[in-house]
Design a protein around this ligand. Structure first.
Ligand code: CA
Length: 228
């Protein structure tokens, strides 16, 4: 059976075309048109991925995104938005979305993104344990600690941390991060990367361990994890 996808979209034309296209790709698709039904669908079965329209009739999509994220830390949430403002996009990603797609979108691009999110990460260090300063990552168990405290990370934040920690002290290009953490065929904006870095940085900064790694941004290149 294919991955389970929940489409939350009140526009009947877009909703139907998404449902058809995704079903055609072999996914197990449920389609709802408001936030109340989306919550109900979650109580029946937590999907692997949610395509979430931000403009819903009953509840603001950003609010719903926050709720669904709290219910399902491992589900990929991709927001669909007609809002072009960068601030709105950042709000969506901050509310727990893994990615966003602006409307109008090309179906082929949307399907490529869905595939990228459902793909298991192909990190080279799967099965190992990596550390930098006080940060300790059990790659196989997908758990990470800063000192004694376990970090609550979303899937891509975890993958990003594994890459940064395993290359601690070395500069990593944006292109390489996008390839390894997202997908080699990623066509979307790399703003997603910056938002993930800033939330990961915040989660690391919240831990006051003596040898805390920091994520250094390298303008026009990428990022590097430094251990103080
Ligand atoms: Ca809508």
């Amino acid at each position: 059976m294919g991955a389970e996808i929940l489409v939350v979209e009140d526009d009947p034309t877009i909703g139907r075309s998404l449902e058809q296209a995704l079903t055609g790709e072999g996914y197990d698709v449920a389609h709802v048109t408001d936030a109340a039904s989306a919550r109900e669908a979650f109580t029946v079965a937590v999907p692997d991925l949610v395509l979430l329209d931000l403009g819903l009739p009953d509840v603001d999509g950003v609010e719903l995104c926050r709720e669904l994220r709290a219910l399902a830390p491992a589900t990929s949430i991709v927001v669909l938005t007609a809002r072009q403002e960068e601030a709105d996009i950042v709000v969506g990603l901050d509310a727990g979305a893994d990615d966003y797609i602006s409307k109008p979108f090309r179906l082929a691009e949307l399907l490529a993104r869905v595939r990228a999110h459902l793909r298991r990460p192909e990190l080279h260090l799967v099965g190992e344990r990596v550390t930098a300063g006080d940060v300790d990552v059990d790659v196989a168990a997908r758990r990470a600690w800063a000192g004694p405290r376990e970090l609550a990370l979303r899937p891509r934040e975890f993958d990003l941390l594994v890459l940064l920690v395993s290359e601690a002290g070395r500069a990593i290009s944006r292109e390489r991060i996008m390839d390894e953490v997202w997908d080699e065929n990623w066509h979307g904006s790399t703003k997603t990367l910056d938002v993930h870095v800033s939330t990961l940085r915040r989660k690391l900064e919240e831990q006051s361990t003596p040898s805390r790694p920091t994520i250094t941004g390298l303008p026009r290149f990428g990022y590097r994890l430094d251990v103080e």
